[in-house]
Write a protein that binds this ligand. Structure first.
Ligand code: SAH
Ligand code: SF4
Length: 364
């Protein structure tokens, strides 16, 4: 992007948007209420271009289009699973591809969005990790996945999106420059409640501390996957930089903020992280930060021979954790017939290899 690329309306927080629009219109001798008209097109009518803003005079639409961008990702592929899960592959303005997934259940419609094209963290069980890092998404590109998915859900009788999880491609806390404004925009601009938005991280401590400082009650999911540092190091390279002990301390700080909820994601891999001896340790960690534990069967990927844990073992984990007073749920893998997990569809399109990774529904 060149320095003289016009600013992107979708990347602005509501306060920034208001101020940019007001100065744009007043400097042209136009009334201030034009700003509210445009805001309505952005947040309520989900307008895709200035041309659509038909309550503005044509010259004003043209001038707006010269001064600002309104680039929403374009749908490249849509796949719908037998279980209703829908996966979108979005083409960004530079032709990079990212994915989002809509996961319907009886009581809610969860949208899983990407925060980066690819991921630099290299977790050994993750298809996106094996694919490497491409680039950061802008706040507008993150929010754009929500707008376009919301429109799609409306047009296809899926109803309204109730929950958003940052569990698609990428590590959101490694893209905080875009994450923070995207949270503000979704919450204040589009009216998605903070408790209905979950940021999932592999344990980027400075990012956890920043989220702790925010006044809103966004939820935090830690991709734990192992309750000891030694085992975790084999799955998550970042464990060497941010060891579990320190991540836990950051989570305690996050929880001290009051009203802030934590979830642990635990992907269960046969013979790797599912030994019954680990249950007690996992339970201790969960109780320490009052975390809700999601047990997720590992979704096989082509680069690893690993298999998901046996259902009996997953049940044993869940029963024994529950009997220790831990809130726990076993998450089914959704949309397997369409490889409905972030990382997979892009993989197919890019190289025709079937990448596998599960999208688990997080919000209990
Ligand atoms: N980078 C963030 C968010 C994106 S990954 C994070 O790691 O938390 C979203 C979730 O999918 C994470 O909990 C991740 O551990 C999980 N995941 C990745 N690969 C998986 C696989 N093959 N099977 C099951 N879950 C997987
Ligand atoms: Fe990145 Fe999350 Fe995958 Fe790890 S699990 S490689 S942090 S997307």
């Amino acid at each position: 992007m060149t320095p003289d690329t016009p600013p992107d309306l979708l990347s602005m927080t509501p306060i920034e948007l208001r101020s940019a629009l007001e100065s744009h219109f007043t400097s042209r001798g136009e009334p201030k209420y034009r700003a509210s008209q445009v805001e309505k097109w952005i947040y309520e009518r989900l307008g895709r271009s200035m041309e659509e803003m038909t309550d503005l005079p044509v010259t004003q639409r043209d001038e707006l289009a010269q001064s600002f961008r309104l680039d929403e990702p374009v749908s490249d592929v849509v796949q719908r699973s037998e279980d209703g899960t829908v996966k979108h592959l979005w083409r960004l303005s530079d032709d990079k591809l990212v994915e989002s997934v809509l996961i319907p259940t009886e009581s809610r419609l969860t949208l899983c969005i990407s925060s980066q094209a690819g991921c630099a963290m290299g977790c050994t069980f993750c298809a996106t990790g094996w694919g490497g890092f491409d680039r950061q998404l802008t706040a507008g590109e993150i929010v754009g996945q929500y707008r376009a998915s919301r429109r799609w859900a409306h047009e296809n009788d899926y109803g309204s999106i109730s929950n958003i999880v940052y569990m698609g491609m990428g590590e959101p806390l490694a893209n905080r420059k875009a994450l923070h404004p995207s949270l503000t925009i979704l919450n204040q601009g589009y009216g998605v409640g903070a408790r209905r938005i979950t940021v999932s991280t592999v344990g980027v401590i400075p990012g956890i501390l920043e989220l702790a400082e925010r006044p809103e009650q966004f939820r935090l999911a830690l991709s734990l996957h192992a309750p000891s540092s030694e085992l975790r190091r084999e799955l998550i390279p970042l464990e060497k930089r941010y060891p579990l002990r320190e991540v836990l301390a950051a989570l305690e700080h996050f929880e001290d903020g009051g009203g802030k909820r934590i979830t642990f994601e635990y992907t269960m891999i046969d013979g790797v992280n599912d030994a019954p001896e680990l249950i007690e340790l996992l339970g201790d960690l969960a109780l320490r930060v009052s975390a809700f534990v999601n047990l997720i069967p590992f979704n096989p990927i082509p680069y690893q021979k690993w298999r998901p844990s046996k259902p009996e073992r997953i049940l044993e984990f869940s029963r024994r954790l529950a009997s220790r007073g831990v809130s726990v749920a076993v998450r089914e893998t959704r949309g397997q017939d369409i490889d409905a997990a972030c990382g997979q569809l892009r993989g197919h399109t890019l190289s025709q290899i079937g990448l596998k990774k599960s999208v688990a529904e997080i919000s209990e």
